[in-house]
Each structure stands twice: as structure tokens, then as C-alpha cells.
Design a binder for this molecule. Structure first.
Ligand SMILES: Nc1ncnc2c1ncn2[C@@H]1O[C@H](COP(=O)(O)OP(=O)(O)O)[C@@H](O)[C@H]1O
Ligand SMILES: [Mg+2]
Length: 248
């Protein structure tokens, strides 16, 4: 069954901080939606709300029409929605393979036989190019390798909708091209849907079928990459010079 995730007029306040103020968006399995906005505009908070890490102050989040916004995070992962952390959080005392095996065992796959979970973890690590690091402690990885491990953990859960928080940040232009090619290949093969959050626009504009732009917790534009980069509100509010450079 094709999953449909719907975020409807969601708000999140942290005391006096209005991090998200009435954002709505729809993501279908198989569809990649980009979410861009300046630092502090509420992107990570929105992903945390979808993943159940934070609870909305107001509004609703549904998966296939069913409310999930009061569910605990583990139940949401079990329904096929999984998120990377903006700052990677592997289990540092575990190897890469063990980290991904945990995701396989407790994600959508619910593969509780550890030997099979370890096999699947090895397969997923190879997909993201970490096969040679599989038995290394995750604490020994570089920052970029930790990001790849985060991506592998999300893939390992068997998620049908991926929430990716700045996994392309800090890459050189060449690394970025390789990362985009890998993402596109996996997305085509697996058919997952994704919300791809980036502060830097180029990756998002290249990857996304639709792009949502938020500023100060509010949606200021939505459309194709070409539509949003030409939207005067977006140019004025945020993109400016970057937009001209990043046109796909
Ligand atoms: N747990 C929290 N407690 C208080 N304020 C928070 C918390 N998380 C985020 N914020 C605030 O919410 C706003 C949006 O943050 P965030 O979602 O991290 O933005 P982005 O990911 O777009 O950079 C910021 O002002 C941030 O300081
Ligand atoms: Mg963020």
C-alpha cells in the first residue's frame, strides 16, 4: 500500500519560541519533498514532530488518514517513517554493523532474528559505501561517515518515508554530486518517499519533486524547484544570491 503522510496546520511552541506556526504539507511514498529555509526557521522541529520526537502544540499529522501525532516515536518508526539526526547519534560503543542491525530489528522490518538482521545490516552498509567500515566502532568514523551511517540506519529500518535532516551538509562539490547520485539511485530502486531538509539549497533543488520553503516557522512558498527559486517572496525572504547560483 502506498503511504501518504499529511501534516496539517501544525504548530510547535517551546515556551515563547514559536518554532513552527501552521505548516501543512503532504508526502506520498515514492515522492521526494524538499524542505528549505534559513537557520532557525523550524525545519528540524518539523521533522521531529513528524517522527514523534516532539509533540505538536496544535495541528494534526496523519499517515494514511490515521492520526499519528500523539504516538510515541518507536510506534511511528514501526509504521515506516524514520528520521536521521541533524547531528549524527550512533551508538558509539557499537560497530557500524551493530548500529544498523539495531535499526533492522526495531524498525519497519521487525526482523528479530539477529543473524538475519546482521546480514541485512551488511547489505545496507554496502549500499552507502561503508562496507569496509562495517566492523569499526562508530566512534571512529569521520563526521561525513557518521552521516552516511545515519542514512544507513534509516534505510535499515525499511522505512517507506525517510526524514533526512541535512545529510548533504558539509560535502565538497564532488562529494555532493556523488551523494546525490547515490540518493537518486536508492530512491528509484527502493521507491521510498522522503522529506529532505537542507540549509544549502542545491541538493534539495536537484532531488525534489516539490519544494516547501519555510521562514520563521511559516510556509512562504511551495512548488517545483523552478517555481520556488523564481518566487519573489522566496528570493526576498531568504534565497537571494544563493538562488541564482543554485538553479538546477
Ligand atoms: N527543544 C527546543 N527548545 C527550545 N527551543 C527550540 C528547541 N528546538 C528548537 N528550538 C527553537 O526553535 C526554532 C527552530 O529551530 P530548528 O527547528 O532547529 O530550526 P532549523 O532546523 O530550521 O535550523 C529556533 O528558534 C530554535 O532555537
Ligand atoms: Mg535544523
Amino acid at each position: 500500500m502506498t503511504r501518504v503522510l499529511e501534516v496539517s496546520d501544525v504548530h510547535k511552541y517551546f515556551g515563547g519560541v514559536r518554532a513552527v506556526q501552521g505548516v501543512s504539507l503532504t508526502v506520498r511514498e515514492g515522492q521526494v519533498v524538499g524542505l528549505i529555509g534559513p537557520n532557525g526557521s523550524g525545519k528540524s522541529t518539523l521533522l521531529n514532530l513528524i517522527a514523534g520526537v516532539e509533540k505538536p502544540t496544535k495541528g494534526a499529522i496523519t499517515l494514511d488518514g490515521q492520526r499519528i501525532d500523539r504516538w510515541p516515536a518507536h510506534r511511528i518508526v514501526g509504521q515506516g517513517i524514520a528520521k536521521t539526526h541533524q547531528i549524527p547519534k550512533p551508538f558509539l560503543a557499537m560497530t557500524c554493523r551493530e548500529n544498523v542491525a539495531v535499526a533492522v530489528m526495531f524498525g519497519n522490518h521487525k526482523q528479530r532474528q539477529s543473524a538475519k538482521a546482521f546480514d541485512e545490516a551488511g547489505r545496507v552498509l554496502a549500499l552507502v559505501g561503508l562496507e569496509r567500515k562495517a566492523d569499526m566502532m562508530s566512534s571512529n568514523l569521520t563526521v561525513q561517515e557518521r552521516k552516511r551511517l545515519e542514512f544507513a540506519r534509516v534505510l535499515g529500518t525499511g522505512a517507506r518515508i525517510l526524514l533526512l535532516d541535512e545529510i548533504f551538509a558539509g560535502l565538497s562539490p564532488e562529494e555532493l554530486r556523488a551523494a546525490i547520485a547515490l540518493f537518486t539511485k536508492l530512491q528509484r530502486e527502493t521507491g521510498f518517499g522522503a522529506v529532505v531538509v537542507e540549509h544549502v539549497m542545491r541538493a534539495v533543488l536537484t532531488l525534489s519533486e516539490r519544494v516547501v520553503v519555510i521562514e520563521e516557522g511559516m510556509k512562504i512558498a511551495e512548488g517545483t524547484a523552478n517555481e520556488v527559486v523564481e518566487d519573489p517572496a522566496v528570493i526576498e525572504a531568504y534565497l537571494g544570491v544563493e538562488a541564482a547560483r543554485a538553479t538546477p
